[in-house]
Design a protein around this ligand. Structure first.
Ligand code: ADP
Length: 585
């Protein structure tokens, strides 16, 4: 029910009760007042009659009074009855004298009894003689001997009419009250509604969380009545609520940031396996789209479904499983699921262990490669030493050959160990670079010159056409080392009577330096692998040429540390082109 209807009913009820009470009281008072007034009037008339009877000599005989009583009755509109002490009706204005005999004895009438004992009496009742509601007044006439009672009666009509007119007035008042109630309820309702509208709007804004300071300013805060105090309360509640909400939001954001920054993927499930929370990390690790409100089984990761079932039984469960990704590579996931005692929710924490596993496998490969590479020179040294000890030492010529082999392999071992140490120093960033302006032409020419003897031995021509000055800001020693490694390899893997060419060119913001040979080249599938530690192509392994497979790994690390890039391309005409870039600035 609206506020206006309520006010209407309240006003109407109040008016109804008020008017009804007023009506009852007024009707009662009016009836009493009128009755008293009529009685007074009847008493006066009775007294007049009594006096007129006293003056008349004939009055002793009731029959003689009939015409006087009739004419008086006609004039006054009342019924006049003369009653003897024995209760007989002596004369009655409305009944012929001959019919009086049929009337009841009146000695038991209350007004007659009162009149004979107190001098006068009155009553109101239904008359059998006239068949109407009547008001009676009786006066004892002591002037006559024996005494008698003069009774004057009138119908109740006047009283009834007065009361009926009161009822009419009351009906009119009720109608007016109804109209007043409607108008008052409309006015009061509108007034209160207007006053409450701003409060209602502010409360509605609060309830959907969109309350703004601007809305609060529209509240009737300055009013001194109850609406004003309600507005002030709403404004305070709203402000407090706002502070609380922003505090909670801040805490939630901070919590979210912490969870996202953890690196671990986190998911919370309810007892039925419905996902109620997740951080961004878990979406990336498990390669999922939005999962809130989905069941853990909907993720279609059987390992997780299994974990949930086990964790439900045991309270917690750990597992490491493989995940097939969209790119069809395999990811390793380490997952831990625990049921929170307080909320009975399940918390899933996942880490990606692919990299750890890869590193572990790399470590294992490295150790196995290293042992393999070290074993060859060590076994050669061992075998030659044994041969020497077993007698070869006696033969000077043999002793020289075996000692040379030992020295050569010892050199190889030492070279390998130095390369390994260098590589790890470069990888761990321990090598300090001295960045300065370098003229690449000069570095290349020096390198080419140092390979003169080697070139002559294999009849290889090292071709480099000095070009316009290419100057870069970089570390000269590192570049020399990279260049020497590439030229070394070119000599190692080139046939005799061939050409090794060195080329410089500008490429974007860098200078590209290439060492091109006419050797066996590098097959496409090996082009990335040759830069890995210990990797040697099958033909290189088969070749008697010695090598550790560490040179290009050092090259790659050095170039990357100098912010450049490195690669190899096979040439259609045979041979390979190893290149690297150095940023100019
Ligand atoms: P290594 O000591 O074996 O030369 P590197 O790391 O320098 O080690 O080279 C790795 C592998 O790359 C070599 O074993 C060889 O198979 C291949 N390689 C390097 N340079 C060349 C080249 N110029 N031509 C053909 N293959 C090469």
């Amino acid at each position: 029910m609206g506020i206006r209807s309520r006010i209407f009913f309240i006003i109407l009820s109040c008016l109804f009760i008020g008017i009804s009470l007023a009506f009852v009281v007024a009707e009662r008072d009016l009836a009493i007042g009128l009755q008293e007034q009529i009685e007074t009037e009847l008493s006066k008339q009775a007294k007049i009659l009594r006096e007129s009877f006293a003056q008349s000599e004939q009055s002793r005989e009731p029959i003689n009074l009939k015409s006087q009583i009739d004419s008086y009755s006609k004039a006054s509109g009342s019924r006049i009855t003369l009653i003897s002490r024995s209760g007989d009706v002596l004369v009655d204005s409305s009944i012929a004298m001959s019919n009086l005999i049929s009337l009841d004895n009146h000695s038991n009438r209350p007004e007659v009894i009162a009149a004979f004992s107190n001098g006068f009496g009155s009553s109101k009742r239904f008359s059998n003689s006239t068949q109407q509601e009547m008001l009676y007044f009786a006066l004892r006439d002591v002037n006559n001997k024996p005494d008698r009672v003069i009774r004057i009666s009138v119908t109740n009509e006047y009283l009834d009419r007065s009361l009926a007119s009161l009822e009419n007035s009351m009906t009119l008042i009720v109608v007016v009250a109804l109209i007043v109630a409607i108008l008052a309820s409309i006015l009061a309702g509108n007034y209160i509604r207007e006053s409450l509208m701003d409060l209602e709007r502010a409360a509605a804004d609060m309830s959907d969380g969109s309350s703004k300071i601007k809305d609060m300013k529209n509240l009737p805060l300055k009013r001194s009545d109850e609406i004003g105090s309600m507005a002030r309360n709403i404004s305070t509640i709203s402000m407090n609520l706002k502070k609380q909400i922003s505090l909670i939001a801040k805490q939630r954001d901070q919590f979210g940031l912490v969870l996202d920054g953890l690196g671990e993927g986190i998911m919370v499930l309810n007892e039925d396996g419905l996902i109620t929370f997740r951080n961004d990390q878990i979406m990336q690790i498990l390669e999922l789209d939005e999962i809130i409100n989905l069941s853990i089984h909907d993720l279609e990761i059987s390992a997780l479904s299994r974990m949930f079932k086990k964790a439900k039984k045991k309270g917690k469960f750990d597992s490491e499983f493989e995940l097939e990704t969209a790119a069809e590579d395999t990811r390793w996931i380490l997952a831990h699921m625990n049921q929170a005692k307080a909320t009975q929710e399940f918390i899933l924490v996942v880490h990606e262990t692919t990299q750890l596993r890869q590193m572990d496998s790399m470590r294992r490969d490295f150790i196995s490669n290293l042992s393999h590479e070290l074993r060859t020179p060590v076994s050669v040294i061992k075998a030659n030493s044994e041969t020497l000890l077993n007698g070869a030492l006696e033969d000077k010529k043999d002793a020289k050959i075996f000692s040379k082999a030992i020295l050569h392999n010892a050199d190889r071992l030492s070279e390998m160990v130095t390369s390994l140490i260098d590589l790890s120093r470069i990888e761990y960033g321990e090598l300090k670079f001295v960045i300065e302006s370098i003229n690449l032409n000069q570095i290349i020419e020096t390198a080419v010159f140092s390979y003169n003897n080697k070139a002559k031995k294999k009849n290889i021509k090292v071709a480099f056409n000095r070009q316009k000055d290419f100057v870069v800001n970089s570390d000269a020693k590192a570049i020399e080392r990279v260049l020497n490694n590439l030229i070394d390899n070119a000599f190692k893997y080139s046939p005799e009577n061939s050409i090794i060419e060195i080329k410089l060119k500008k490429q974007g913001d860098s200078i590209r330096l290439a060492v091109i040979d006419q050797g066996e080249g590098v097959a496409e599938e090996d082009q990335d692998l040759v830069f890995k530690r210990f990797f040697r192509t099958a033909s290189a392994r088969a070749n008697t040429q010695q090598g550790s497979g560490l040179g290009l790994a050092i090259v790659k690390n050095l170039v990357y540390n100098l912010q450049g890039d490195v690669g190899v391309e096979s040439r259609p005409e045979g041979g390979s082109e190893f290149w690297f870039t150095i940023p100019i600035k």
